[in-house]
Design a protein around this ligand. Structure first.
Ligand code: HEM
Length: 136
């Protein structure tokens, strides 16, 4: 179980690296106007999204394996899973925003993306306190 939990934490950390960095690229993408930089940022977004998606799937699958394989229970796990569903929606929405940028359809400002970028930070704080403290 400890090997599974170690792998779970490793993939969670890697997933969050992508969830923190991709919206940061969006912040820059929303500010630039020259074609060469727009092309480079678009390529970075596509490569990062393609890399971090399977990592996110592995983080969730390992979490579910821990949950159902080792009989974990409690309100903390339900609250945590609800927040993870929010993270999955956030991840998929980043994919939609990436496609909007690629099609020249972005309408959001860099300020909007700076606020959007903080959502995974808040979720990380709450999820880690939930899983370590198990308050309910
Ligand atoms: C549906 C998705 C997930 C499920 C079902 C899940 C489930 C679990 C379970 C059952 C444990 C073992 C708890 C223990 O040993 O006390 C665990 C550990 C952990 N999970 Fe998740 N998890 C999921 C996603 C996540 C995400 C997205 C994060 C990060 C924000 C996360 C962070 C952690 C941490 C830090 C631990 C280690 C806690 C400890 O050792 O005390 N998990 N997870």
């Amino acid at each position: 179980m400890l090997v599974l939990k170690s792998l779970h934490i490793i993939f969670v950390v890697s997933w969050f690296a992508g969830l923190f960095y991709l919206p940061r690229i969006f912040v820059n993408h929303a500010m630039v106007t020259d074609a060469a930089t727009i092309e480079r940022l678009g390529m970075m977004e596509r490569k990062l999204y393609r890399f971090v998606t399977p990592i996110g799937i592995l983080a969730v699958v390992l979490g579910l394996w821990l949950w159902f394989g080792y009989g974990f229970a409690g309100g903390w796990l339900h609250a945590k899973t609800a927040l993870v569903v929010l993270l999955i929606v956030y991840h998929l929405y980043c994919g939609k925003l990436m496609r909007d940028f690629a099609a020249g359809r972005n309408t959001r400002s860099h300020v909007w993306y700076r606020v959007f970028n903080e959502i995974p930070v808040l979720v990380l704080f709450v999820v880690v306190f939930l899983v370590v403290l198990k308050p309910f």
